[in-house]
Design a protein around this ligand. Structure first.
Ligand code: C2O
Ligand code: CU
Ligand code: CU
Length: 469
């Protein structure tokens, strides 16, 4: 195991408002497990799915009904699971009385299938994207991407996981039983009003920092409980929050192992006790519970705040180990990059921008040649200025995301990135005054977005477009 004693997490990003743990629902509130979506095509190598974007009601707090949005349900969405090489069709029906889009975050597909702000799905119409899965096993996700309106739709519940499996993931000796020892965790934070609403009314601070809720909701439940055996369990974490940066850890100071980042498995398991995830980032971790006895429990936390209780309810007869070697990842060399581009994120609140520009649907900001490796240098100059002087905030981290690709981080502030950031990534946190260098190979043609994944920043225009030809 590598990295056992070093702190592998990137620089901690401070979030002003900590989560409060909610006590209202503490009596046996089981973790909901999003179902795997039925594949309508039984032919080998093919898959077809139906998704319906709908509005609904969710009882997060006992006795209170909250208006929410979901895919094929009231809140969040089912898990789409495909294999590498599959030809996939999705029928996305929008039953809302407003427009939406469905973006496949992390998926390498051509621009027209990406589901960004150009692929609008009108009310009562159906979008039928098709694509072939052309990337390794990974935990991706899908969510709306309507221009200026992404934050509200995601906040109200439009988010779902997208699993890719391949020969490597099927051979690896890791937990794979959905909902039993392979657990999806979609984490959002909400701000409930007295009557249980989650209205999306942004105040001044939300416009600055992004909307920070005060209550964590995991797969739709507040402070849920997960029952497992005393064995190794796999947690697939998605930070599906609009703006909150999580620092995951367990209350017993447990060591756990990260095995995958945004775009797939890491080369080796990385032992750690703390894991930071910015909005849109994913991580798969293995937690070894074999030392626990039936009746004992451990708590998943964000810093010091409890998120979920894991109850060991049964002793396991088999023993699983945590594999050290996971997968080979091809080397990316800076000397192979044909070009370097700079992206400077700056500004506050409604002024947030990239390279001094705000999103314009009719403007292509960068033109890229297909199959060329490029270096992108991303920096964050949002500190200081008016916001800093007014004491509104002391830090504006921006998670930078690129559509249609998985990239590699080669440098964070002049140094090699932490070991758990050396695998495939599609989103990278760039803290105050930080500079991050990434290498990207653009393999799919079309028009794509790059943007800050704090959704209030994205909606304010902190986004640009690139064209791959
Ligand atoms: Cu997760 Cu442009 O999005
Ligand atoms: Cu994306
Ligand atoms: Cu931002």
């Amino acid at each position: 195991m590598i990295g056992a004693d070093e702190d592998v997490s990137r620089n901690e990003v401070s979030t002003d408002d900590p989560l409060i743990s909610n006590n209202q629902n503490e009596n046996g509130n089981k973790l909901p497990i999003p179902p795997l979506l039925e594949n309508k095509n039984s032919e080998e190598g093919k898959a077809e799915f139906d998704l319906e974007v709908q509005s609904g009601k969710t009882e997060f707090i006992k006795g209170k009904e909250t208006d929410t949005l979901g895919y094929n349900g009231d809140y969040l969405g089912p898990i789409i699971k495909v294999n590498k090489g599959d030809d996939v069709k999705v029928n996305v029906k929008n039953t809302l009385d407003e427009q939406t889009t469905v973006h496949w975050h992390g998926l390498e597909v051509i621009g027209e299938m990406d589901g960004g702000p150009h692929q609008v799905i009108n009310s009562n119409s159906t979008w039928k994207p098709q694509f072939t899965i052309d990337q390794p096993a990974s935990t991706l996700w899908y969510h709306p991407h309507l221009l200026d309106k992404t934050g509200e739709q995601v906040y109200k519940g439009l988010a779902g996981l997208f699993y890719i499996e391949d020969e490597v993931s099927s051979k690896l000796d890791i937990p794979k039983e959905h909902g039993v020892d392979d657990i999806p965790l979609v984490i959002q934070d909400k701000r409930f009003t007295e009557n249980g609403d989650v209205s999306y009314n942004l105040n001044m601070r939300d416009r600055m920092n992004g909307l920070l809720g005060d209550t964590a909701v995991i797969n739709g439940a507040i402070s849920p409980e997960l029952d497992v055996k005393n064995e190794v369990i796999r947690l697939r974490l998605l930070n599906g929050s609009n703006a909150r940066d999580y620092k995951f850890n367990f209350n017993d100071n447990n060591e756990f192992n990260q095995i995958a980042s945004d775009g797939g498995f890491l080369e080796e398991s990385v032992a750690m006790k703390n894991l930071s995830l910015a909005p849109a980032e994913r991580a798969e971790i293995l937690l070894d519970l074999s030392e626990y006895k039936s009746g004992e429990q451990v708590t998943l936390r964000d810093s010091n705040n409890n998120l979920m209780t894991i109850n060991v309810v049964e002793e396991s007869s088999t023993k699983k180990n945590i594999p050290e070697k996971l997968v080979e990842i091809e080397d990316y060399n800076r000397t192979d990059a044909v070009r370097s581009r700079e992206f400077v994120m700056s500004g506050m609140g409604p002024m947030v921008n990239i390279n001094g520009k705000q999103m314009d649907m009719n403007r292509i900001d960068e033109k890229i040649n297909v199959d060329e490796l490029e270096e992108w240098v991303i920096s964050n100059e949002s500190s200081g200025g008016m916001g800093g002087m007014m004491g509104m905030m002391d830090s504006t981290p921006h998670p930078f995301h690129v559509h249609g690709v998985q990239f590699r981080i080669i440098e964070r502030n002049g140094a090699k990135p932490p070991i758990n950031e050396q695998g495939w990534k599609d989103t990278v946190m760039v803290g105050n005054d930080e500079e991050v260098k990434i290498l990207i190979n653009f393999t799919k043609k079309g028009e794509f977005m790059y943007h800050c994944h704090i959704l209030e920043h994205e909606d304010a225009g902190m986004m640009g477009q690139f064209l791959v030809e």
